[in-house]
Design a protein around this ligand. Sequence first.
Ligand SMILES: Cc1cc2nc3c(=O)[nH]c(=O)nc-3n(C[C@H](O)[C@H](O)[C@H](O)COP(=O)(O)OP(=O)(O)OC[C@H]3O[C@@H](n4cnc5c(N)ncnc54)[C@H](O)[C@@H]3O)c2cc1C
Length: 390
Amino acid sequence: MSTNYDVVVVGAGITGASVGYFLKKKGVARVLVLDRGGGPAPANTGKSAGIIRTLYTLPLMARIAKAALDLFHALPDELGRTGGFEATGFIQLIPPDWMEIIDASMTMQRSYGIETGLVDPSEYAERFPWLEPDGVAAVLFEPNSGYADPVQTTEAYADAFAAAGGEVRFRTAARGLLRDGDTINGVMLDTGPVSAGAVVNAAGPWAKFLAASAGLEMELIAVREQDTVWEVLEGRPMPTTPVGNSMEAVYLRPMGGRRWLIGRGYPKPYIEVDPYNFKVTADNDFALDLMDRMARRIPPLQGAQLIDSYAALYDVTPDWTPYFGPRAGLGGYYDACGGSGNSFKTGPILARELVDWMIDGTVADDFRQLSYDRIGEGNLFKQALGGNRG
Ligand SMILES: Cc1cc2nc3c(=O)[nH]c(=O)nc-3n(C[C@H](O)[C@H](O)[C@H](O)COP(=O)(O)OP(=O)(O)OC[C@H]3O[C@@H](n4cnc5c(N)ncnc54)[C@H](O)[C@@H]3O)c2cc1C
């Protein structure tokens, strides 16, 4: 077998890049991060809307999201770069039937130090001149949240990893895992086998195929997600933050200037596709429906022009919560996938806690449940809302 590594990480999206970074930060000597794409974030991370919020009803996800938000604020100290993070705040429009769940969620979130609250309706006209408030039960505001540039953030982790002595190889596909009994001990590349003390499977929606190459099962589906970019007419009053509009099940975020990214949010139909063969452009009727929904709530969007649209993938687990950690009875293998539409913001913290588990053997009780073992044990997470609302 060729070159020995302590750890090989398959995938250089936000997950793989940050796993590599935290492994080097922990002092692991020989780490390889590889991706079949041409640079950092070549697949789903690069197409992410990049919204960073802490609104999760699942305590584990709220805790991780808070830590993730803190890390985004600290990126200049951690990596010397901002990752394109803009701490604009985040707005969620709440429908009446969510109110009870949101009230309980905010209490739980505050116990983790998250700043969140409902805006007094008397302030709507002044603070949100763009909003049609009819039927909205509440406007939730997170002052410290915002959005970031997924490619810049991933580049920042990949570059810091390389600067710390990590090896990155692009245009390099892992054709399979190498297995010796109950141990995974490397990966097969086109150039031949590469041995490793451990392999981290951060291959996103393709992780189940990598796992299957060593006879490992993985319940994971790929769901096609479409996003659109619009240019609004000059002089229109628009939000200054990303907006999750759960009244019409759409979201939007600023892209700079008059450009806005708009996509469909929870609740909506989730359609499984083949991750090796799916349509990467958005559907025409999807874009029209999207604007119709959003302009009902944000009338200044009327007349906006569609300038781009595309589709990428969510890697979705049965409980919309990721797989991170080792598996019982199997050495040298770690799952780091199944972001289920959440892992741009949470990926680096999931990576950090995974690395603590791998290298120090320390793991928080709630994090331990992220192991794929929960599927066999029937110990799934239970969400109060659903989809990637957690
Ligand atoms: C349209 C859209 C909008 C989203 N919006 C948000 C949002 O607003 N906020 C948020 O937090 N999250 C959002 N998400 C989710 C988030 O982007 C993902 O959860 C996250 O980017 C997943 O990162 P990843 O590194 O785990 O996977 P990926 O980005 O899918 O990376 C996996 C990598 O593995 C590589 N790979 C796979 N198999 C192999 C192999 N055999 N050999 C070598 N390389 C391989 C692939 O090339 C790929 O680069 C969105 C996702 C989409 C699609």
